[in-house]
Write a protein that binds this ligand. Structure first.
Ligand code: NAI
Length: 470
C-alpha cells in the first residue's frame, strides 16, 4: 500500500476516535488519525472529563482542609490553609499534558499514523487535511467520523471565556470569582459549580426546567439537589437566561421566570453557560457529500454505524445516544469490529452515567419514570447510606442506592446511586445487569464488610425481599 493510502482513516482523536484507531491497528489495519487540535485526546482529555476531574479532586481536598466542621469533629485542626489557584491550574494542565502524550505513545506503539490539521471528506475514499494552509490528500478504504461535540451557545450571547465562559473557560479562570452564575443544572453545571463553590465562590444555578438533571430518575435528582443545597449551591429553577452583557468587569444577566414570564436582573463576576452540547460536523464537507444528518445536526447511521454514504461510518457524540466518553469508546470498538467483519454491538441501556461531585451520582439502565411510561411493572428497593456502616465510619452518609427490577422475573432494569465513590461502586451493578442478573442474584453474592458496596446488597435485598440493616 502506498504511503498515503490507508485501510482506515479516523477523523477526530477523542476517546471514540483514538480507541477506534488503536483497535483497528491491533487488528492489522493500516490506520491514520486526523486531529485538528495540537494535542490528541479530544474534549475529554483536553478540556472535559480529565481536567474537570482533576479540579474536582483538588477543590475537594481544599474544602476538606478548610472546612472546620469536617475536620475538628475528628480532632484534626488545619491552620492557614491557603489556595494557590495558579498552581492548581498548572497541576491540572500538567495532568492533561501527560495523558494526551500518552495517546501519542499508544499511537506510536500501534503504528497509527497521526496527521494534525482539519479534515474534509472529499469522497467515499478521499480525505483532505488542511494544516494551517498546507493541504494534503490521503486515500481511505473506510472512514470513521469521530469529531465529537462542542458547547451549545445561546443566541445573542458572546462567549469570551473569561467572564462569559463555557466549560472550557471554567477550567482556566485566573481568580476565584466572588459570584459565579451557572446557566443549566446539567452535569457540567453541577460539576463545575461544585468546583468553584468549594474554592470560595458564591454559586447560583439557573435552570430552565422545574428540576435539575432532566432525564435522570426524579427521586434521585430531588435528593441530589437537596444535598447540593446543603453544601451551599443555590438554585433558581424554572428560569431561563434572556441576555448577558458585560458592564465594568462584571456580567449583568437578565433572567425570566418561566411561570410568570417576569424578568429579573442579576449580576455576577463570571457566568458559565452549560446548556448542553451539539455535534461537531462543521467543515467536514458533509453537505457537499450529501451525507445525511438529522434536524439537530447528528449524523444519521444504521445499526452498523454506517452513514448514508458508502465506506463512511460515524461514532460518539456526532451520532445519537448519551454524549459520554465511555459510550464513544464502545462505539469505536464496535464500528471497527463491524468494518473487520466481526459482530460489533453496543447496549446503550448499559452505559453508566456518573456525576463526579461529592457524593457522586451514578446511574445505569431505566429510571422509574421510564418504566412507568413503558407500562412495565417493577419492584423497587431503596437503601439509605445512613444505614451503611462504612459510610458512617468515614462520614459519607449522604446518599442512597435504588434498584428497580422486573416484577415478574426480578431481572434488574435500573440502578441509581448517590454516595461516596458511587461512580466506582455502581460497576458491580453494571456487570450484574450485563449478565442479566436478578436482584436476588446480587443480594446472594457475599459482599466485603465494611464497604459502601454493602448498600447495593441491601438495596437488592429490599427489591425482592427485605433489607437487613434498615
Ligand atoms: P446537559 O444537557 O446535561 O444539561 C443542560 C441543562 O441546561 C439542562 O438541564 C437544560 O434544561 C438547561 N438549559 C437549557 N437551556 C437553558 C436556558 N436557556 N436557561 C437555563 N437552563 C437551560 O448539558 P451539559 O451539562 O452542558 O453537558 C453536556 C454534555 O456533556 C452532556 O451530555 C453530559 O452528559 C456530558 N458531560 C458528562 C460528564 C460526566 O459524565 N461526568 C461531565 C460533563 C459533561
Amino acid at each position: 500500500m502506498s504511503q498515503n493510502k490507508y485501510d482506515l482513516v479516523v477523523i477526530g482523536s477523542g476517546p471514540g476516535g483514538y480507541v477506534a484507531s488503536i483497535v483497528a491497528a491491533q487488528k492489522g489495519m493500516k490506520v491514520a488519525s486526523i486531529e485538528k487540535r495540537e494535542s490528541l485526546g479530544g474534549t475529554c482529555l483536553n478540556v472535559g472529563c480529565i481536567p474537570s476531574k482533576a479540579m474536582l479532586h483538588a477543590s475537594e481536598q481544599y474544602e476538606n482542609s478548610v472546612k472546620v466542621n469536617g475536620n475538628e469533629d475528628w480532632g484534626i485542626k488545619c491552620k492557614e490553609v491557603t489556595l494557590d489557584l495558579d498552581k492548581l491550574i498548572k497541576k491540572k494542565s500538567g495532568i492533561v499534558e501527560e495523558l494526551t502524550k500518552g495517546i501519542d505513545y499508544l499511537f506510536n506503539k500501534n503504528k497509527v499514523k497521526k496527521y494534525l490539521g482539519a479534515a474534509k471528506i472529499i469522497s467515499s475514499n478521499e480525505v483532505e487535511i488542511n494544516n494551517n494552509g498546507k493541504i494534503e490528500k490521503i486515500h481511505a478504504e473506510k472512514i470513521i467520523i469521530a469529531t465529537g461535540s462542542t458547547p451549545t451557545i445561546l443566541p445573542n450571547i458572546d462567549i469570551d471565556e473569561t467572564h462569559i465562559v463555557t466549560s472550557t473557560g471554567a477550567l482556566d479562570l485566573k481568580k476565584v470569582p466572588k459570584k459565579l452564575i451557572v446557566i443549566g443544572a446539567g452535569v457540567i453545571g453541577l460539576e463545575m459549580g461544585t468546583v468553584w463553590r468549594r474554592l470560595g465562590s458564591e454559586v447560583e444555578v439557573i435552570e430552565f426546567l422545574p428540576r435539575i438533571l432532566p432525564g435522570m430518575d426524579n427521586e434521585v435528582a430531588d435528593k441530589f439537589m437537596k444535598i447540593l443545597q446543603k453544601q451551599g449551591l443555590k438554585f433558581k429553577l424554572s428560569h431561563s437566561l434572556e441576555s448577558v452583557k458585560k458592564v465594568d468587569g462584571k456580567v449583568m444577566l437578565s433572567i425570566k421566570d418561566t411561570n410568570t414570564n417576569s424578568l429579573k436582573q442579576i449580576d455576577a463576576d463570571v457566568v458559565l453557560i452549560a446548556v448542553g452540547r451539539k455535534p461537531n460536523t462543521s467543515g467536514l464537507g458533509l453537505a457537499e457529500l450529501g451525507l445525511a444528518t438529522d434536524k439537530h445536526g447528528f449524523i444519521e447511521i444504521n445499526n452498523k454505524f454506517e452513514t448514508s454514504i458508502k465506506n463512511i461510518y460515524a461514532i460518539g457524540d456526532v451520532i445519537k445516544g448519551p454524549m459520554l466518553a465511555h459510550k464513544a469508546e464502545e462505539d469505536g470498538v464496535a464500528a471497527v469490529e463491524i468494518i473487520n467483519g466481526e459482530a460489533g454491538h453496543v447496549d446503550y441501556n448499559l452505559v453508566p452515567g456518573i456525576i463526579y461531585t461529592a457524593p457522586e451520582v451514578a446511574v445505569i439502565g431505566k429510571t422509574e419514570e421510564e418504566l412507568k411510561n413503558d407500562g412495565i411493572s417493577y419492584n423497587k428497593g431503596v437503601f439509605p447510606l445512613t444505614a451503611n456502616s462504612r459510610a458512617k465510619a468515614i462520614g459519607h452518609t449522604d446518599g442512597m442506592v435504588k434498584i428497580l427490577a422486573d416484577k415478574s422475573t426480578d431481572k434488574i432494569l435500573g440502578a441509581h446511586m448517590i454516595g461516596h465513590e458511587a461512580g466506582t461502586v455502581i460497576h458491580e451493578l453494571s456487570i450484574a445487569m450485563g449478565f442479566g442478573a436478578s436482584s436476588e442474584d446480587v443480594a446472594r453474592i457475599c459482599h466485603g464488610h465494611p464497604t459502601v458496596n454493602e448498600a447495593i446488597k441491601e438495596a437488592a435485598l429490599a427489591t425482592y425481599s427485605k433489607a437487613i440493616h434498615s
